[in-house]
Design a protein around this ligand. Structure first.
Ligand code: FE2
Ligand code: FE2
Length: 204
């Protein structure tokens, strides 16, 4: 890992989160968890760490400002994002990563863009950051957290299936906005894990 570069990124993110210590702690936890998942699955741990460091870099921006940044920079806003503008912190985070933190790597930028909703057919890095955000050690509210934590290191697609299923149930239960991409991600990973289970069953 290019320690000097990564450390300067970390310091800049810390500065940006100066009024929100718990957000900074979450950020470091996601970066570390993403790097560990990268070790387990043979992904690039430096990219995973950087994506983790920057995934919430737009989280401190107000709803009005998020909409303004998107409008001014031709970043499309979905219906769900208009209803719950905080969702835009993912897209604006990728925009900041590229323009403020000078990250050029497309895979890192996509991992930031899709860290909240996921998307069908994510890259391994996207899958890692999506899960790291959900399972980092400070998280303590979600259902099935222990199962997802251990599954994330063994069967990453199964872990994403469980996370998206539980997230949709939570959003329905609490009446919160559901981004259609979350539903699409769930359907994709449900089919992935079912198809694979079917193949395993017919093999034996
Ligand atoms: Fe986030
Ligand atoms: Fe996060």
């Amino acid at each position: 890992m290019n320690n000097e570069y990564v450390n300067s990124l970390r310091k800049n993110v810390k500065k940006a989160f100066k009024d929100d210590k718990s957000r900074y702690h979450h950020t470091i936890a996601v970066a570390n968890t993403a790097a560990c998942l990268a070790f387990a699955h043979g992904a690039d741990s430096e990219k995973a760490f950087i994506a983790g460091l920057l995934h919430d870099c737009a989280k401190c921006i107000s709803d009005e400002e998020l909409i303004h940044i998107c409008t001014a920079n031709n970043i499309p806003i979905s219906e769900a994002e208009y209803a719950s503008p905080y969702l835009l912190h993912a897209k604006v985070g990728a925009f900041y990563a590229q323009n403020k933190y000078m990250v050029e790597d497309e895979d890192i930028l996509n991992a930031i863009t899709y860290h909240t909703t996921g998307r069908p057919q994510m890259s391994l890095l996207e899958e890692i950051v999506f899960l790291a955000d959900y399972i980092e050690p400070y998280r303590n509210k979600a259902n099935n957290l222990n199962t997802v934590r251990s599954e994330a290191f063994k069967d990453i697609k199964e872990a994403i299936y469980i996370v998206t299923r539980d997230t949709l149930n939570y959003l329905k239960r609490t009446g919160k906005t559901i981004d259609s991409l979350t539903y699409d991600t769930y359907k994709f990973y449900e089919a992935e894990t079912c198809d694979r289970d079917f193949l395993i069953a017919t093999d034996n």
